[in-house]
Design a protein around this ligand. Sequence first.
Ligand code: FES
Length: 178
Amino acid sequence: MSITLTVNGRSHTIDVDPSTPLLYVLSDDLALRGPKFGCGLGQCGACTVLARGRAIRSCVTPVSAMSGADITTLEGLGTVERPHPIQQAFIDEQAAQCGFCLNGIILTAKAFLDQQPNASEAEIQRALSGVLCRCFAHTRMLRAINRYAGHPVPSRAGDAGSATGDGEPASLWTGGVK
Ligand code: FES
């Protein structure tokens, strides 16, 4: 079946089984490396992309459901030379450890703040509760998101724990990480 997707502003027509997960098309056919394969079950957020104004999990989204949709991956937010402000905030706060979860964290936070620009920090943490990070970089990532949202940025001096200053990280998105 022939399906047309608009990804990062470019139209692509792909001959594909309509039940193929969107993630496979993005990575295998379009060679995009922003969305990651984590759990493959819609449970970790690593494969997140933006579509129709929402953060969706591309590993459990059949490509046919996105026919005609405008999709943005992490690569589509900004460039190395001109990162999107949320990407710049993550750079400024050095908000990564291994980096595998960053795609889901950044796109989920952006989609949420696009919808609710005045969201509180607690609301941001709740919105991120389904995106998993196993490196415990939550505190640095929350600082970056607060910076992007225009909130006061929590002090690094308040962090406790690891040598990287991440500590017991931002309540692990209020208990969202199991
Ligand atoms: Fe899609 Fe985990 S890889 S949610």
